[in-house]
Structures are given as structure tokens and as C-alpha cells.
Design a protein around this ligand. Structure first.
Ligand code: 2AM
Ligand code: CA
Ligand code: CA
Ligand code: CA
Length: 273
């Protein structure tokens, strides 16, 4: 099986298992704060994906949100040394755990493969709609086998933009503040609950753009490749080319990118620490 086939198989298997657990009694556990929670299903999903990948590629490296047990600092170190790692799989076993816990559609499985620091593969699966998005470096982006591409909309006022809220207060505050400007420029703002899904929707032209502060690499790595392969653009909120260590990102169809950056320039993370 190719890397792509392995990633698609892992994402579908895990996604179907997650879907079968919706609306069942779930034990939730707090992580860093009351806003930051995990269920046994997140962990089970990560274990399923890890075994599927490592069975095929036992010598590959694996970084997952729930069970890698690496500190934030050591994750930064892994990302800094990514150019020396032949194959690093980066996995979010459920992106949108809050949706999953509350039975709201829009949670996804996100699997990315980084080789020598370069994103080479991204797979995002939405089990509620049975939509499997994937991209391979240099080969375009697809949904359920059909090519996808970014929106051709020229003006912010004609496009829908999405964002989300991580659990950290500082990042929530700046996101709420930035809505004031974004809300005046774009047709409307959506908050669907999964950063990976937002990126898949920028790639498939449903959304003109997406921005969010305080994300982690597993939330966005797969989606960043999807957006780029679909013809879009991904930067940090300062407008610099995306790097794996970036937490604050803007993804768009290119045309509306300057408007997003301009709106965000009114707010500085520095001012909130
Ligand atoms: P999660 O469901 O995997 O935690 C919502 O806009 C996005 O923010 C989701 O991708 C969600 O991923 C992520 N998110 C929520 N809390 C987070 C946290 N404490 N740190 C990083 N990302 C978080
Ligand atoms: Ca989480
Ligand atoms: Ca996530
Ligand atoms: Ca998650």
C-alpha cells in the first residue's frame, strides 16, 4: 500500500469508529483547563491510526495529539529538527472534540506526513458526511476522488470566512477582537468546530478564507497541504510563509488574503503577551 492508501485507510477506520460512538455515554477528562477536554475515543482513535501506520512503516516517526506524551517544548524541538526526520506522521485523532462530545457534526480525523521537513501528504476525513479529502505534494487536492480547488471569488464581501477558538484565554481574546474587523469586511463568519475541516473547505472553495490563533501542528498540517495543492495560500497572521511551528494562521484563495491580514493587523498578540 502507498503512503496515501495507508493514511486514507487509517483515517476512514478511525472516523467510522468515532461516528459509532456519537451520542453514547462518554467519559471526558480535563487536560490543561476546563476548556480543554479529551475522551477515551480520542485516545482509541489515535491508537488505531498509529497501529495502522506503524504496522506498514515500523521505522517511521509518529506525533499524535493525545498519546505522544511530549511536552510543548519537546514538540517544538521535534518540529525544529523535522528536516532530519525521514518520515514523520502528524495526527489529530479527533479534530473538533467539542463537536464530537455534543453530537454536532463537523469533527474530523487529520493525518499529515512530513518528510525531511516538507509536508508531502495530507488526509482529512469527515465521517458525518463521509467526505475524504487528500492531497499529495505536487499532485493536487481531492475530495472522494474528485479534484478540488479554491474559490475564485475576488472580494471579501462575496466570501465566507471561518475561525475557531482554542482553549487558551489569550488566543480566544485576540480572536474575538479580530472578529470586529473581519466581520465588517466578509459576507459572514462561520465557526464549524474543526480547524482541519475549515482548511478542507478553503481547499474545496466552500470558504474563501480561514484564520485562527493558537493552533497546534496536528490541527493544521494536513489542511495546509490541501489548501496549497488546491491553489490557495497559507501564511502566519503576519503574512509570512507557513512553517510547521506556526500557531496563528491564515489560509485563503489568495484574492482575499490581503484583506484578512489587514483586518488582523489591528490586533497584536504582543499586546496580550
Ligand atoms: P481539538 O478539537 O482537537 O482540540 C477549534 O477551532 C480548533 O481548536 C480545533 O481544531 C480544536 O482541536 C482546536 N483546539 C481546541 N483546544 C485547543 C488547545 N487547547 N490547543 C490547541 N488547539 C485546540
Ligand atoms: Ca484537543
Ligand atoms: Ca485539533
Ligand atoms: Ca484533537
Amino acid at each position: 500500500m502507498s503512503f496515501l492508501e495507508t493514511a486514507c485507510k487509517a483515517a476512514k477506520q478511525a472516523g467510522k469508529m468515532i461516528l459509532s460512538e456519537v451520542n453514547k455515554d462518554l467519559v471526558t477528562e480535563k487536560k490543561s483547563s476546563s476548556f480543554d477536554v479529551v475522551t477515551e475515543i480520542d485516545k482509541q482513535s489515535e491508537r488505531m491510526i498509529r497501529s495502522c501506520i506503524l504496522e506498514s512503516y515500523p521505522d517511521h516517526s509518529f506525533l499524535g495529539e493525545e498519546e505522544t506524551f511530549a511536552s510543548a517544548q519537546s514538540i517544538d524541538q521535534i518540529l525544529e529538527s523535522a528536516q532530519d526526520i525521514p518520515y514523520l506522521w502528524i495526527v489529530d485523532p479527533i479534530d473538533g472534540t467539542a463537536n464530537f462530545i455534543n453530537g454536532i457534526p463537523g469533527f474530523t480525523v487529520s493525518i499529515a506526513l512530513v518528510s525531511q521537513g516538507e509536508l508531502v501528504l495530507g488526509v482529512i476525513y469527515d465521517p458525518c458526511r463521509d467526505e475524504l479529502f487528500w492531497a499529495e505534494r505536487g499532485s493536487g487536492a481531492y475530495c472522494n476522488g474528485n479534484p478540488i480547488s479554491i474559490s475564485t471569488v475576488e472580494r471579501a464581501v462575496d466570501s465566507v470566512i471561518a475561525t475557531g477558538f482554542v482553549s487558551t484565554t489569550e488566543f480566544r481574546e485576540i480572536n474575538i477582537a479580530s472578529m470586529e474587523h473581519i466581520g465588517k469586511e466578509f459576507r459572514t463568519i462561520r465557526v464549524l468546530g474543526s480547524a482541519a475541516l475549515h482548511l478542507a473547505y478553503v481547499a474545496s472553495g466552500k470558504l474563501g478564507a480561514f484564520w485562527e490563533y493558537g493552533l497546534s501542528v496536528w490541527d493544521i498540517a494536513a489542511g495546509v497541504l490541501l489548501v496549497k495543492e488546491a491553489g490557495g495560500m497559507v501564511t502566519n497572521t503576519e503574512g509570512e510563509t507557513y512553517q510547521l511551528s506556526n500557531q496563528n494562521i491564515v489560509a485563503s484563495n489568495l484574492k482575499v488574503h490581503p484583506t484578512v491580514l489587514n483586518c488582523l493587523s489591528h490586533h497584536s498578540l504582543k499586546s496580550i503577551g
